[in-house]
Each structure stands twice: as structure tokens, then as C-alpha cells.
Design a protein around this ligand. Structure first.
Ligand code: PLP
Length: 402
């Protein structure tokens, strides 16, 4: 068994250094626990950027992927196969009547969504092809998606940007209206911003964006790569937002990733049938998209969240955590705000902390930092109350010790 130092040294040699990796080697997981190569145990409050929404090595997931692995692996999309139908059904049941395109990542799902919006926009004269998104948004790392992402750091070094993408300030209706022209095809929006710091829009804004899209025949794409799959206490983040008549604000296209595979690579572009029909053979594809093993995992994620009522649990746990973090005296002077929905939470610190993630690891808790001072929490929905409270204790101790 190689030592931790040996594994890190080899990693530095054979892996590209595009991730700021922490010098810890994770070797084993179970539920919301992870163990490193030296046997130290951690409570996982970040679930691999939200991917392992059912925790590590969930028995139902193991069963589903093992059964599928013993039945059929990859066939490509020239044939029908059943595992993806179960996920398609779940999407229809949990979101809206629509049709799915499966790929491997959130970025790919967004690429497919923008292509579909352009096909729709191509039916107009002049052709509509431009996309508006928001400052502090994140949509992925492809050339088009860094152009769509509202964070200059993500674009740096890759200029010139792919044309046709612009960002406006979230919440500013006038700025959005000013950015729209007769070539605008789509608005791409995270219903709750993830990488941007678990940010919410002002009340009524999501509905306003829908209204503008309807008025101007613009395709509304909700990027739910972070917020989809039950994490916020509803199947999708958009289901928290209603218009003045109380109707849920629905997108034309929904994009998903992360949690949808329970930790396996699954991306989804899900569109209303009248839009989806424009993606005729030859327009788009993905060799391993809808891989049966990944689809078996994805269907199981939906089944288990539904069966075990994990979204209600996420709501209760999230409210409990926010109340506790807000009332905890020992950290009151360090915290600027706590926000979130379900088990997707952001704790904004007053000052950017030094080595916060490392300090959490020392205490045995895995957390994440975004936008220099927002602690992001996204534990598995399967975490027990006891472990969740232990994790909160460790988080509070970590913040208190800053
Ligand atoms: N969209 C959002 C909202 C994301 O948070 C992310 C990744 O964090 C992406 C898209 C890109 O997803 P992926 O890393 O799976 O390509």
C-alpha cells in the first residue's frame, strides 16, 4: 500500500495541475463518511460538489449498477434501450411534459440547450442566436459555457470569447431588457446561483424573467446542475418560484447534472416537446450518453429520494441548520449571512478565511469555499440527524477557530 506522500507525489507527476488539490488522499466512503489513506474519518458536508446526493456506496445504487453491469454496458444511441426510459419517465413526472437528451456533464447539457435554443431562434428573421446570462453565474468550462459564465476569472486566458454571450446583473430588470435585441435566442439562468455563492434573486425576479421570455419569444433555460435532483427540498430549484397567480415558473429547457447520476457522470437536457422536436437526427449527439449503467444509477436516485421522502428531510434539516448557524453566538461576529434551500446552503463570512477547507479537514469535516468567503454546504440527503448535528458542531468549531 503506497503512503499518502507517495500517492501525492505520483499524482503531481501524472495529473495536470488544473485543480488546487488538497494534500489528502481519499480512499473509502460510506454514507456521509469518507476515510483518507491514513485511516482518518471525515463527515462529508459537500458530497463531491453535490454529486453523491445519496451518499457514498448507497446499497440501492450498488444493487442497481451491479445488476445493470451484469446485463448490458454500452450500446450507443442507434438502438432503444430501457434504462434511460425510466429516467425520462421520472423527468416527466417530476418536472413537466418533455423529452430528454442524456450526456455526461452539466456543461454538455447546457451546450445542448443553447444549440436547441439556436435552432428555435433560426426560425425567426433575423436569426436569433444570442444568449443572455447573469453576473456571478457558472455554466461550465467549454468555450461556449465560459462565455456564458458570469465570472471573469473563468474566461481569463481563453479570449477571444465565443461571440453571442453577454451577462447582466441579476435582479436588474432594466439591464436585462436593455441587453435583449432581436437576435436574442435564450436566457440562461440558475434559479439559485451555485458557484456564485448560493445566491437568490430578488422576490418576483425569476417570474419576471419568464414573463419577458414569453413576451419576446425567448427560450428560457434553467441551469439546475447544482439545484436539480431534490437537493433544495423540491425536485428542481425552479419549483420554489411562482408568478403572481401562484403558478410555478417553468423553463422551456431544463439542464441537469451532478446529483442526477448519484456520483456517476450523467447530464440531461430536458425540453418541451415542441422545442425538442427540432433536434432531428444529425443535429446533436453523445457517444456514451445514456450509458445504461449511469441511467440505472439515475433512475435509482429518483426512486430512493421519492421512496425515502428525502426532499422533506432536506427541507427540515436545511431549516434547522440555517436557524442554528444564525443563532450560534460563538460565530456571530464572523458571519455576514446564512442562506439556502433544503440541503444547499451558503454561509457568508465577513472576511475571506485562510485555509478554511484545510482547517475543516483537520477537525474532520469536508466543506467548500466559493467566491473567497462563502462556505458552501451540500451534504448527502441520506445523512442521519445525528451525523448532521455532529457535522454542524465541527463546522461551527471551524468557523469559530478562524
Ligand atoms: N452549471 C452549473 C450551475 C454548475 O454549477 C456547473 C458545475 O459546477 C456546471 C453547469 C458544469 O457542470 P459540469 O462540471 O458537470 O460540466
Amino acid at each position: 500500500m503506497p503512503t499518502t506522500a507517495e500517492i501525492i507525489a505520483q499524482g503531481q507527476q501524472v495529473l495536470i495541475g488544473n485543480y488546487a488539490r488538497i494534500p489528502v488522499v481519499m480512499t473509502r466512503g460510506e454514507g456521509s463518511y469518507l476515510w483518507d489513506n491514513d485511516g482518518k474519518r471525515y463527515i462529508d458536508f459537500f458530497a463531491g460538489f453535490g454529486g453523491t446526493i445519496l451518499g457514498h456506496c448507497h446499497p440501492d445504487l450498488i444493487r442497481a449498477v451491479t445488476e445493470q453491469a451484469q446485463t448490458m454496458w454500452a450500446v450507443g444511441n442507434t438502438f432503444y434501450s430501457t434504462p434511460q426510459l425510466g429516467v425520462g419517465e421520472w423527468l416527466n413526472k417530476s418536472a413537466f411534459p418533455g423529452q430528454a437528451f442524456f450526456c455526461h456533464s452539466g456543461m454538455e447539457a447546457n451546450e445542448a440547450a443553447v444549440k436547441l435554443a439556436r435552432l428555435r431562434g433560426g426560425q425567426h428573421s433575423p436569426k436569433r442566436w444570442k444568449v443572455i446570462s447573469f453576473h456571478r453565474s457558472f455554466h461550465g468550462r467549454s468555450l461556449a459555457m465560459i462565455a456564458a459564465t458570469g465570472n471573469p476569472k473563468v474566461k481569463e486566458g481563453f479570449e477571444p470569447m465565443t461571440p453571442g454571450f453577454t451577462q447582466v446583473e441579476p435582479g436588474d430588470v432594466d439591464a436585462l431588457l436593455a441587453a435583449i435585441d432581436d437576435e436574442t435566442s435564450a436566457i440562461l439562468m440558475e434559479p439559485i446561483q451555485g458557484e456564485g455563492g448560493v445566491n437568490f434573486y430578488p422576490p418576483g425576479y425569476v417570474a419576471k424573467v419568464r414573463e419577458i421570455c414569453d413576451q419576446k419569444q425567448i427560450t428560457l433555460i434553467f441551469d439546475e446542475v447544482w439545484t436539480g435532483g431534490g437537493r433544495t427540498g423540491r425536485w428542481y430549484g425552479y419549483q420554489h418560484f411562482t408568478d403572481s397567480s401562484g403558478k410555478i415558473v417553468q423553463p422551456d429547457i431544463l439542464t441537469l447534472g451532478k446529483a442526477l447520476g448519484g456520483g456517476l457522470p450523467v447530464g440531461v437536457m430536458f425540453a418541451r416537446p415542441d422545442l425538442a422536436k427540432l433536434l432531428v437526427p444529425g443535429k446533436h449527439g453523445c457517444t456514451l450518453g445514456a450509458n445504461p449503467i449511469c441511467m440505472a444509477a439515475s433512475k435509482t436516485v429518483y426512486d430512493v429520494i421519492d421512496r425515502d421522502d428525502l426532499m422533506s428531510k432536506a427541507t427540515v434539516f436545511g431549516e434547522h441548520a440555517i436557524a442554528r448557524l444564525k443563532s450560534e453566538r460563538s460565530i456571530a461576529t464572523k458571519i455576514a449571512g446564512v442562506r439556502g434551500k433544503g440541503l444547499f446552503m451558503g454561509v457568508e463570512l465577513k472576511e475571506p478565511p485562510q485555509k478554511l477547507v484545510e482547517k475543516g479537514l483537520e477537525r474532520g469535516i469536508i466543506i467548500n469555499l466559493t467566491q473567497t468567503k462563502v462556505i458552501r454546504l451540500a451534504p448527502a440527503l441520506t445523512i442521519s440527524k445525528d451525523l448532521f448535528d455532529q457535522g454542524l458542531d465541527l463546522l461551527i468549531a471551524t468557523i469559530g477557530g478562524l
